[in-house]
Design a protein around this ligand. Structure first.
Ligand code: IVH
Length: 686
C-alpha cells in the first residue's frame, strides 16, 4: 500500500471508530457488532504499525495508554477550579435564591438544576480542537496531569466535533466529574473479594484509585466514565451561542461530550424544590451515583455580575441528599475468618429496615476502624448504605451511651482454630488486617474448598457452603485434592444429600479435572490472584510446572501480575505443603495446561527497536508527546533519566542537567532536525 492510500484509509478509520465510540459510549446505541468494531480497530493498528507517522493525537490507538509513569506532572489550570457551597437544608436553598435576587435586583432569575455526580472533578484542555491535557482538581490552581488515564475513557473525545463554524480554534477548558458506573463498581469489588483483596468502600474511592494509577493500562481496565457540566475557560467565544448555561450544555454535547443525563429548568424557588424532589426519586435509576443536585444560575452574564466569594461562586449551590442511614443497636461483634485467613470484625445488629432491605449485619472492616470509631458492644449506632455497598457502621450515637457498653477485645489468636495471627497491610494500602497463620484452620479450609468449587473457578455443581461444611466437619476433606477421593457412599451419607445430588457432585468433580489451567490457578485461592491474573499467567506459561518454576522478576513482568502478586505466587509455590498438594492433584489426573489463546510474542520492530531515548528541553516543533509517540511507534523506549543504557538524548532549548549528564557519559545528543531525519530515513518510500 502506498503512503497516500494508507493515509486516506487512516483518516477514514479514525472517523469511523470515533463515530462508533460516540454511538456506544455517549448514546448507548451501538451501531456495529463488537467483532466488526475490533476488525476496524485492528486495521487501524496495523496501518500505524506499517506507517508509524500516521499515528496522531486523535487516533483511537492513543487510548491504550503508554508506559507507566513514575509520578504525575503538575499542570496549572487556565482558570481555577472552584468548589461549591454545600447544604442539606431546603431552607438554605430558599435563602440562597433570595440572596442572589437581592444581589441582582429587578432581574428575572432562571435556574438549571443538574444531578450532582459523586465522582472526582477533572479539567480537560483542548487546543484547536485536540485534547492536550487532562488534570485533577488538585488545589484548584494546579492539579496532577492524568491525561493518559483520561484518554482511556472512551466517552472523552480526543478531538472535538467540528461545529457550524468549523474546527474549534484556540484553547478551551471543560470541567466535569469522573466516575465508575454502578455495575462496573460491583464487578470490580466482586473480583477483589474473590481475589482475597479488600473491597472499595464506594464507587467514588474506586474511581479515585483508578484515576491515580500511574500505569494507564491499569486505569484502562476499570471502565471509568466522564460527565462534563461546564466550561472553565474559553479563548474565543466568537460565534458561539453561549448566553445561558443550558446553551453551554447543548454546545458541549454537540462537541462530543457526555453531559448530565437530565436537567431541570426552574423559574422559582418552588420549581427548584420540586425538581429536587423529582431528582431524588429518579436518581436511583441513573447508572452512576449521585449525592445531590447542583443549582446553577442560567444566565451567564448575570453569573459574572454575581461573582465569587473566596471559595465558591455566588451563582451556584450544591444540595446534598442525606445518605440513607438508620439507627440501631449493636448486639455483638463477631469475627469472620476468610479463606485467606483475614479476620474481619462484623457488627451483629438489631435488625433494621434500610433502603429496601432488612439489615442485621454490617462490616466493621478491621481493628483500626473499630478503634477509630470507638465502637462498643451495646452501643446505639448509625448504619449507612451508600449506593451498592455492603452496609457499614458510620458512627456511634454517643448521647445514647448508657455506660454499660463493653469494649471489644480483638482476639489475640484465631477464633476458629486458636492459631497464631499476624498483622499485614492490604495491598491497596487501605487498611491493616490480621491474618490467621494456620493454613489448616477449618475456616480457611472451608473457604478454600468453597472457592475451588465456585462457578468462577472450577465450577463444580453442588460444592456450596452446606456440603463443604459437612465434609470438613466429618474430616472427609482437608484440602481440595481430597475431594477427588470421595466415594458415593461417603457423600450420600451426609445430611441433606440424596443419592442423585451426590452423583451430580461426583460428576461435577470428574468434569472439573479437565478444566483449563487458569481456573485451577484461580481456584487454588493464592492470595491476590484473581481470575484476570490467573488468565494472564495461564496464557503466558501454558503449563503449571513452568509457572511454578518462574522467578519473581519474570512473574512481575507479566500483564495483570506485578510485584505484589509475584511475591504471593513465589511464596505459595515455595511452600512444601503446597508443592505436595500440586503433586496430589497431578496424581488425581487434573489438567495442568492452558489452552487459552496465546498471541504471538510481540517482536519489537522499527527503526528505534532496542533504542532508549531521553527527552530534554523544548524542541522547536515537536511536543514532548509527539516526540514520544514517534519514538514508540518506531519501537523505541523513552526514559526519564540519562544513564549508560541511554542510546540518544533528544535535546531542545534550555536543556539542563540531562544534557550535561549525557555529555559526561558520552551519550549521543540529537537535535530535532537530525532526529526527524533519522526517523524519515527509516520510512520505506512508496
Ligand atoms: S459545577 C464552579 N456541576 O461537586 C462550579 N459540580 O460539591 C463548579 N459536581 O466541585 C462545579 N456534579 O466536583 C458542578 N453537575 C455538577 C456537578 C458538580 C458533581 C462536583 C464538583 C464540585 C462538587 C461540589
Amino acid at each position: 500500500m502506498t503512503f497516500a492510500l494508507a493515509r486516506h484509509r487512516h483518516v477514514q478509520l479514525v472517523e469511523q471508530i470515533r463515530q462508533h465510540d460516540e454511538a456506544y459510549y455517549l448514546h448507548d446505541r451501538p451501531t456495529i457488532s463488537d467483532q466488526e468494531y475490533d476488525r476496524l480497530y485492528h486495521e487501524l493498528l496495523d496501518l500505524e504499525l506499517a506507517f508509524p507517522e500516521l499515528s496522531c493525537a486523535e487516533s483511537p490507538s492513543q487510548r491504550i495508554g503508554g508506559a507507566p509513569l513514575s509520578a504525575f506532572n503538575s499542570v496549572q489550570h487556565l482558570s481555577p477550579l472552584r468548589s461549591l457551597d454545600n447544604t442539606y437544608s431546603q431552607t438554605e436553598v430558599r435563602e440562597f435564591v433570595a440572596r442572589l435576587q437581592r444581589l441582582l435586583p429587578g432581574e428575572k432569575l432562571e435556574w438549571i438544576l443538574e444531578p450532582k455526580v459523586d465522582g472526582l472533578a477533572v479539567n480537560l484542555r483542548y487546543e484547536d480542537g485536540l485534547l492536550v491535557v487532562g488534570a485533577t482538581r488538585g488545589d484548584g490552581v494546579t492539579g496532577d496531569d492524568i491525561t493518559a488515564n483520561l484518554k482511556t475513557i472512551r466517552s472523552v473525545p480526543l478531538r472535538l466535533n467540528a461545529g457550524s463554524q468549523g474546527v474549534m480554534r484556540g484553547k478551551v477548558e471543560v470541567r466535569g466529574e469522573v466516575f465508575l458506573r454502578k455495575n462496573a463498581f460491583s464487578k470490580l469489588n466482586a473480583n477483589r473479594i474473590t481475589a482475597g483483596d479488600e473491597p472499595f468502600a464506594n464507587a467514588r474511592n474506586a474511581a479515585a484509585g483508578s484515576l491515580k494509577q500511574l500505569d494507564p493500562r491499569e486505569a484502562a481496565k476499570r471502565p471509568l466514565d466522564l460527565i462534563i457540566y461546564g466550561v472553565g475557560f474559553l479563548e474565543s467565544t466568537e460565534g458561539l451561542p453561549l448566553i445561558t448555561h443550558a446553551e453551554s450544555l447543548s454546545w458541549l454535547a454537540s462537541l462530543g461530550f457526555k453531559t448530565p443525563a437530565r436537567t431541570w429548568f426552574c423559574r422559582s424557588t418552588d420549581d427548584i424544590l420540586s425538581a429536587l424532589q423529582e431528582l431524588e426519586q429518579v436518581r436511583g435509576t441513573f447508572d452512576y451515583e449521585t449525592d445531590g443536585a447542583v443549582i446553577k444560575l442560567n444566565d451567564i452574564a448575570l453569573r459574572e455580575l454575581a461573582g465569587f466569594t473566596s471559595k465558591a461562586p455566588r451563582w451556584a449551590m450544591a444540595y446534598k441528599y442525606a445518605a440513607e442511614q438508620a439507627e440501631t443497636k449493636l448486639n455483638a461483634i463477631t469475627i469472620q475468618v476468610g479463606r485467606t485467613g483475614a479476620l474481619t470484625p462484623v457488627a451483629e445488629l438489631e435488625p433494621v429496615f434500610l433502603a429496601g432491605s432488612t439489615i442485621s449485619r454490617a462490616t466493621l472492616h478491621n481493628e483500626d476502624e473499630l478503634r477509630r470509631k470507638d465502637i462498643r458492644i451495646g452501643d446505639t449506632v448509625i448504619i449507612e448504605k451508600a449506593g451498592e455497598v455492603i452496609p457499614a457502621v458510620v458512627r456511634v450515637v454517643l448521647e445514647k451511651r448508657a455506660g454499660d457498653e463493653t469494649v471489644f477485645e480483638f482476639p489475640k489468636v484465631c477464633p476458629e482454630c486458636q492459631g497464631r495471627i499476624e498483622r499485614a497491610i492490604t495491598p491497596g494500602g487501605s487498611g491493616v488486617v490480621w491474618r490467621c497463620q494456620n493454613s489448616q484452620c477449618p475456616a480457611q479450609v472451608r473457604g478454600r474448598l468453597e472457592h475451588w468449587c465456585a462457578r468462577g473457578a472450577m465450577d463444580i455443581e453442588g460444592g456450596g457452603e452446606v456440603l463443604v461444611k459437612q465434609l470438613v466437619r466429618q474430616g472427609l476433606a482437608h484440602d481440595v485434592s481430597d475431594l477427588y477421593q470421595l466415594s458415593l457412599e461417603q457423600i450420600s451419607g451426609l445430611e441433606r444429600m440424596g443419592e442423585k445430588s451426590a452423583r451430580n457432585f461426583l460428576e461435577g468433580l470428574v468434569a472439573s479435572k479437565s478444566r483449563d489451567l487458569w481456573r485451577l490457578l484461580f481456584g487454588l485461592g493464592i492470595v491476590h490472584v484473581g481470575a484476570g491474573s490467573a488468565k494472564s499467567l495461564g496464557c503466558h506459561f501454558v503449563s503449571l510446572d513452568a509457572l511454578a518454576g518462574a522467578s519473581h522478576i519474570k512473574l512481575a513482568q507479566i500483564d495483570d501480575v506485578g510485584e505484589v502478586i509475584a511475591d504471593s505466587l513465589v511464596r505459595w509455590f515455595g511452600d512444601p505443603k503446597n508443592q505436595a498438594l500440586i503433586e496430589r492433584l497431578r496424581v488425581m489426573g487434573l489438567n495442568f495446561s492452558s489452552e487459552l489463546y496465546r498471541p504471538a510474542e510481540a517482536v519489537v520492530v522499527g527503526p528505534f527497536a532496542q533504542f532508549t531515548f531521553v527527552l530534554t528541553g523544548t524542541l522547536p516543533t515537536l511536543t514532548r508527546e509527539k516526540a514520544t509517540a514517534l519514538i514508540e511507534s518506531g519501537g523505541g523506549k523513552v526514559s526519564g533519566s540519562v544513564s549508560k543504557k541511554t542510546t540518544y538524548v533528544l535535546a531542545g532549548e534550555e536543556a539542563g542537567s540531562k544534557l550535561k549528564k549525557a555529555r559526561e557519559l558520552g551519550v549521543t545528543v540529537l537535535d530535532e532536525p537530525s532526529f526527524l531525519k533519522m526517523f524519515e530515513d527509516s520510512i520505506p518510500s512508496d
